[in-house]
Design a protein around this ligand. Structure first.
Ligand code: GLN
Length: 547
């Protein structure tokens, strides 16, 4: 049976609970334990799939096709453990399950209440797969005291009570603000936040305190005394230059030791930190920098492209070069020349997206990269835009466009080179969709296999001709146009196993121009950079050395 670590937060949001959880996962692995990480989110959306990237950041997709919170991306990047559908849940999902059961009559006419029905549903979620790993790390979104978080806090309290003593611990993140006027770190907000937790029956075993300054011994003792934790269990979390320094930083501060002590695991297995030392070395020992433009729509909130940004950092680590990412708003040059906005970059990346806004700009970015022979990586919508660009400018299909934009506008303006897919094959099953299916969860989602053409650029980059990558989209490039486009130099170098769905295109006479229908960024890790990102950054590095 797994031991459980519940991770909660107090004082303010955005303290880095996800990062702390992920780093702890990595440290427990370094000590030889197996881990799984979970996220429980108090919001009422059933999943983040329909939430605006402006508000919520990117939607992270798992192999099994769940649309989840971006924190699951952190978990995967730090532990390499592929997240599953059962690793992310929201209040919305919990309530919808409970109501579904109520409608089915599963509760035999009982009055349905938050306690026990909602809390039981949460506890069932927590227990899934508890016989598979040594440690289950469960992060509760939001901060203690939030109204909507209460059922989750109550559920973890009950859960730990149901388990034998010593199988669950609570780790709480707080903030120690620094008051310049008095030159002190203030512990009161932490004390209040712990009180709040205690008032709902949870006594934290470990306190992780975010602080800009080193925590003096005196303050540490005070926190321990007032919050009823051991002094060694007051762990400092300082600001870091790179998130990938977190495992080593937390190890230095004694987080993993404190967790093992709390579980009374003794003697504690010695950690092997070589992976993270190498990662750290690759961050610090670099030679030069490349400038890469991400031409997108949601550029105001960098979290909207979290995994892409991280995958580029990993690509930089693979090449021991710094990657400077600049966010370029595609909409700005929807109706004007893209060149002044894109000159000077060593590579251009057009990420995924939804809706027509900014797409003419993205098409221009693809054209700019193709004609100027600048490395181009098009992801999902970024691939579709590259195909439309080639269709318009090379194959002379002037009205080429995506059915997505016609659907949105409610009129037919484009020749659908990219069309709405309503039927496809997943494994041995046919999947069917109607145009007017509800917006949530109707996409081609999760891992699909693709076959790569022998001798193609991508086969060389991947070093294999069969890959599996994650998808999240409704529209597809129509193979009807394959022959015509290939005659013009756009090769369809990756296809679905049944040969019906184009997965990858590449421009033949170009140093590096690749469009992929899937999201390679979701599988990249600092200790295992994704081959596409590693080679894309390498190509950018080649350009940077030329100029
Ligand atoms: N909007 C496009 C589609 O649904 C692309 C989606 C994406 O980029 N993730 O096919």
């Amino acid at each position: 049976m797994a031991r459980y670590v519940f991770i909660t937060g107090g004082v303010v949001s955005s303290l880095g609970k996800g990062l702390a959880s992920a780093a702890l996962g990595a440290l427990l692995q370094a000590r030889g334990f197996s881990v799984r990480l979970r996220k429980l989110d108090p919001y009422l959306n059933v999943d983040p799939g329909t939430m605006s990237p402006f508000e919520h950041g990117e939607v992270f997709v798992t192999d099994d096709g769940a649309e989840t919170d971006l924190d699951l991306g952190h978990y995967e990047r730090f532990t390499g453990v592929a997240a599953r559908n059962t690793d992310s849940v929201s209040s919305g999902r919990i309530y919808s399950n409970v109501l579904e059961k109520e409608r089915r009559g599963d509760y035999l006419g009982k009055t349905i209440q938050v306690v026990p029905h909602v809390t039981n549903e949460i506890k069932d979620f927590l227990a899934v797969g508890d016989d598979e790993v040594d440690f289950m790390l469960c992060e509760i979104g939001g901060t203690v005291g939030d109204i909507e978080g209460l059922p989750f806090f109550e559920a973890i309290r009950q859960f730990s009570h149901d388990k034998p003593r010593g199988e669950c611990i609570f780790m709480h993140l707080t903030l120690l603000p620094y008051l310049a006027a008095s030159g002190e770190l203030k512990t009161k907000p932490t004390q209040h936040s712990v009180k709040e937790l205690q008032s709902i029956g949870i006594a934290p075993d470990i306190l992780v305190c975010r602080s800009e300054q080193p925590i003096p011994e005196k303050e540490r003792e005070k926190i321990a005394l007032f919050c009823n934790v051991r002094k060694e269990a007051v762990v400092a979390a300082y600001d870091l230059g790179s998130i990938y320094e977190a495992p080593l930083a937390y190890h230095r501060e004694g987080l993993d030791q404190a967790v093992l002590d709390a579980f009374q695991i003794s003697p504690a297995p010695k950690p092997d930190l070589t992976t993270w030392q190498d990662v750290q070395d690759r961050i610090h020992k670099t030679d030069g920098a490349v400038k890469i433009a991400i031409v997108g729509k949601y550029v105001q909130l960098e979290d909207a492209y979290k995994s892409i940004k991280e995958a580029l950092v990993h690509g930089g680590m693979a090449n021991r070069i710094k990657v400077q990412v600049e966010w370029v708003d595609a909409e700005v040059f929807d109706h004007e020349d893209a060149a002044p906005h894109l000159e000077g970059f060593h590579a251009i990346l057009v990420p995924g997206g939804f809706g027509e806004r900014g797409t003419e700009g993205k098409i221009k970015a693809a054209e700019f990269a193709r004609t100027r022979k600048i490395p181009y990586l098009g992801i999902c919508l970024g691939m579709q835009m590259a195909v439309i660009e080639a269709a318009r400018n090379l194959a002379k299909i002037e009205a080429a466009g995506s059915e997505e934009f016609d659907h949105e506008a409610g009129q037919k303006r484009f020749e659908p080179v990219v069309y709405h897919l309503k039927e496809w094959v997943k494994g041995n099953h046919a999947v069917k969709r109607k145009v007017d299916d509800d917006k949530g969860g109707t996409m081609r989602l999760g891992a699909y296999t693709a076959h790569l053409a022998e001798g193609s650029k991508v086969a060389e980059v991947y070093g294999t001709t069969e890959i599996e990558e994650r998808h999240r989209h409704r529209y597809e490039v129509d193979i009807k146009y394959r022959e015509k486009l290939e005659e013009c130099g756009l090769t369809f170098s990756g296809m679905s196993p049944d040969g019906r769905l184009p997965e990858i295109v590449e421009v033949k006479d170009h140093p590096w121009f690749i469009g992929v229908q899937f999201h390679p960024e979701l599988k990249s890790k600092p200790f295992a950079p994704h081959p596409l990102f590693a080679d894309f950054v390498r190509a950018a590095k080649d350009v940077s050395r030329l100029v």
